[in-house]
Design a protein around this ligand. Structure first.
Ligand code: FE
Length: 305
């Protein structure tokens, strides 16, 4: 598939100083640059220039960036997006710090999507020659996730966004939630472009809103350790540690200092393009979201930014 992965999430924070402190000292991200009021972060095992951009003013998502395998693929996708009916804007190299030429469109869900093929690669903290499994200067009091993993956004019409991601961008649907076997309206869809269980998910809700974006940890032990660190720092836990039915991943959801929701995520099965989609019916939504606890609380359903 030509789209490889979620490359960056760009968010707004109502109190930028609190957010910067949180991402550095609780999440344990590395701040790699700041320019024009934007702060750029990356995780220790990421090659590209950054994976998170934070700017002042409000809450929620400014835009998301997915990295494409080549510039040729980008040209191909530009035409395909226009044929789907979405206007495309070209973004010149460097307009996003450290990122090459991009194309930008606004999804049916009103979220801004950028696709790009090139980024400055500053390398990981362990390098590519005889690397250690984790960096020696990994901050001991912070979570220190390996990588940005996925995001989940809300959409009034999940199906149209799934049509766009599957037909135009080549994603596949690993799992879905529908009202019942007699009514296949999509209430949620989990989509992948890699071999992971999801690279983006859409849940029925208001257009333009962010539910969460997630960072990858290696193991369930790391999830528990992350929980300890969140507790030590009095971060508001939304839910977890817990197990998802969908993706089978393990998780903690928590709210940053201004209310944007993050997740630490580990595990989950591998996907392949020939796998059929897994279906959950709405009467089993508790197990789908939190398999062990089997119920989803009000804030998890309602709180978006
Ligand atoms: Fe998630």
């Amino acid at each position: 598939m030509s789209v490889m992965r979620l490359g960056y999430v760009h968010t707004r924070e109502s109190d930028l100083d609190k957010a910067i402190d949180y991402y550095i000292n609780v999440l344990g991200l590395e701040e790699v640059a700041q320019q024009d009021g934007k702060h750029y972060f990356k995780c220790w095992d990421e090659y590209d220039h950054h994976s998170l951009v934070v700017e002042n003013g409000g809450l929620g998502l400014v835009k998301m960036g997915y990295k494409v395998a080549s510039s040729d693929e980008l040209s191909h996708l530009e035409k395909a997006i226009e044929n789907f009916g979405l206007p495309v804007t070209r973004v010149s190299a460097g307009e996003n710090l450290g990122i090459g030429q991009a194309i930008r469109c606004t999804l049916p869900s009103e979220h801004v999507l950028e696709l790009y093929a090139e980024a400055e690669q500053s390398g990981t903290q362990v390098g590519v020659l005889n690397p250690d499994p984790w960096p020696s200067d990994r901050p001991s009091g912070a979570i220190g996730p390996d990588r940005l993993d996925h995001l989940l956004v809300t959409a009034a019409d999940v199906q149209t966004n799934v049509d766009f991601f599957t037909r135009v961008l080549g994603f596949r649907m690993s799992e879905r939630i529908i009202p019942s076997l007699d009514n296949e309206e999509l209430l949620a869809a989990f989509l992948f472009c890699s071999n992971k269980a999801h690279d983006i998910a859409f849940v029925k809700g208001s257009n333009g809103k962010l539910h969460h974006f997630a960072f990858w940890l290696d193991s369930w032990n790391d999830i528990l350790r992350a929980g300890d660190i969140l507790g030590r720092n009095n971060v508001q836990i939304d839910f977890g540690p817990a197990r998802h039915g969908i993706t089978r991943g393990t998780t903690i959801y928590f709210l940053g200092p201004n209310g944007n929701r993050n997740e630490v995520f580990s595990g989950g099965y591998m996907t392949y393009p020939d796998f059929p989609s897994i279906t959950w019916t709405a009467d089993q939504v508790g197990k789908a979201i939190f398999y062990i606890h089997r119920e989803v609380h009000e804030r998890f359903n309602k709180h978006v930014t």
